[in-house]
Design a protein. Structure first.
Length: 143
């Protein structure tokens, strides 16, 4: 019996198999994360993130993080972990770009609505002071 490398029978084979599966899982993690990061980037691009300054900045950061990760993905374990972190940051930057784009869109719609309200006031001959007076008079009549 070899005491330096003892044989543990079937359990040893299962342990090696589990360890190999773990290594394969670790190796594929950056690949899976790459797909998720690229999908988030495409989504940000499709909602028009490039058309809004803050969103475009985060879209560019996501693009740069994905490029950096691609260079590290075929490296050693440490480089693969770094690649995964780059990809996670890329996904978050893409999500931020989407959020900034939606916020900018909401702001644009609010400004347009405000402009439309002001135009309607002008057309009806009301200014802010008359509107306030009307509100105060209306409040007095309701009491």
């Amino acid at each position: 019996m070899n005491h330096l490398f003892p044989s543990y029978g079937l359990g040893s084979g299962l342990g090696v198999l589990a360890f190999a599966a773990l290594l394969v899982g670790c190796a594929s993690a950056p690949t899976k994360q790459l797909g998720e990061s690229q999908a988030a980037y495409r989504a940000a691009d499709e909602v028009g993130a490039g058309n809004h300054p803050e969103a475009a900045y985060h879209l560019k950061l996501a693009e740069d993080q994905i490029a950096a990760a691609k260079e590290l993905m075929d490296g050693n374990r440490r480089e693969k972990r770094m690649a995964k972190r780059h990809l996670q940051r890329a996904e978050l930057d893409a999500e931020l770009a989407i959020a900034y784009t939606r916020t900018a869109g909401a702001e644009e719609r609010a400004k347009a609505a405000w402009h439309e309200v002001n135009e309607l006031k002008k057309q009806s001959g009301m200014d802010d002071s008359r509107v306030r007076e009307g509100m105060i008079e209306g409040e007095g009549q309701n009491r």
